[in-house]
Design a protein around this ligand. Sequence first.
Ligand code: SAH
Length: 233
Amino acid sequence: MSNVDAQELAKFSELAHRWWDPESEFRPLHQINPLRLAWIDGLADLRGKQALDVGCGGGLLAEAMATRAARVTGIDLAARPLGVARLHALDAGVTNVEYREIATEALALEQPAAYDVVTCMEMLEHVPDPAAVVRACATLARPGGWVFFSTLNRNPKAFLLAIVGAEYLLRLLPRGTHEYARFIRPSELARWAREAGLDLQASRGLQYNPLTRRYGLAADTSVNYLVACRKPA
Ligand code: SAH
């Protein structure tokens, strides 16, 4: 009935206390956070905007957008990461972010067209019906608003790098973090976005260099990638 996989939520809840440790399982999210923040801010100009972060987890991006002077709401269905996110904001003295435990589809019924910027990062590949989340994100954006997604591509290279490489060889992520069948091709995400009434504006790949242990934004979307969409004004 509801668009959620309880096992997926449990995985993230179990690790929640380490969310803000930059050397933990969440190191990749810490490393990509400044890159995606800059890309989002460059396109949507966060200052003074009403922003929603869907599947916010421990709040890395939500809190970062708040420090760019957006008024931010973060939502997730895992209680422990949300608790960590609230505590961290309090500790950091960031007051323009709030967190709610509510399903994306439920918030879309409650607050249609309420947000200038909607972000949904590294979450679609953990959800049974990602197209429904895309539709809800589109509903939540105001006309003229921005909607950003990021996820993992589905092809042999993504399988090798995101699962074999990241989970088994380099151990950047715990084994079982990702399930290959749930990865999403850019063409699929683009179709769901179009069907939800969004216009595609831009996309970027996230590339990991195992030698420097750094991520960078690049044109190559073959593994991890970001998409920017706009709801027509
Ligand atoms: N977006 C954050 C966290 C990514 S981890 C970031 O990029 O930094 C994936 C998050 O999606 C977890 O916090 C998990 O609890 C959440 N999630 C998984 N399924 C969900 C669902 N159906 N509804 C809302 N959140 C969900």
